[in-house]
Design a protein around this ligand. Structure first.
Ligand SMILES: [Fe+2]
Length: 190
């Protein structure tokens, strides 16, 4: 029996309740003092929003790697390389989202466990191998994340944070481009 199977309750904890390295249980998200003029109330809401999107972005990045590693078939090399380019772009979004949290005085919550607990993407199928099946799965993941990125633009504007709205405008534009690159493999006239 391994240790993981002996601690099932840990998997159910929310990220903010996770045990820290010294054994204490972390409470509400920590906010640092900052001279940033966005009010603390808005920064708390923005950080909750950003940490949720960070979880989805980390999940998306690893799903693109999953596709990159496992794709097979006649289009292997093109799709293998394309999925890696998408993963690299998403890694950049992950970094920008996490650093925006910190700029607003928050703590970026970006471990694998935190991301797994919060992501809203559906799990990537471990069963598929054919290139076109990966194209469809990747397109679905990009579409789901793209929809949430687009809605984040409006949510950030409602919180009066044009910079976070601008960040998600950039991310949304990028995701639309990658969705086009991926879907072009399945859109040719039959
Ligand atoms: Fe690789």
């Amino acid at each position: 029996m391994n240790n993981l199977s002996q601690t099932p309750t840990q998997e159910k904890r929310q990220p903010t309740d996770m045990k820290t390295s010294n054994g204490t249980v972390a409470e509400a998200p920590k906010m640092y003092e900052t001279e940033n003029d966005i009010t603390k109330g808005r920064r708390v809401q923005l950080n909750a929003l950003l940490n949720q999107r960070l979880a989805c972005a980390i999940d998306l990045q690893m799903q693109m790697k999953q596709a990159h590693w496992n794709v097979k078939g006649p289009s292997f090399i093109g799709l293998h390389q394309l999925f890696d380019e998408v993963a690299e772009a998403v890694e950049g979004y992950v970094d920008q989202i996490a650093e925006r949290v910190v700029q607003l005085g928050g703590v970026a919550e970006g471990t694998v466990r935190m991301a797994a607990a919060r992501t809203r993407l559906i799990e990537y199928s471990p069963e598929i191998s054919d290139g076109m099946a990966h194209v469809e799965e990747v397109a679905n993941a990009l579409s789901t994340f793209g929809q949430s990125a687009r809605s984040t633009i409006n949510e950030a504007e409602e919180l009066d944070d044009a910079d976070t709205a601008d960040l998600f405008t950039e991310i949304s534009r990028g995701i639309d481009k990658w969705l086009w690159f991926v879907e072009a493999h399945s859109q040719a006239a039959k």
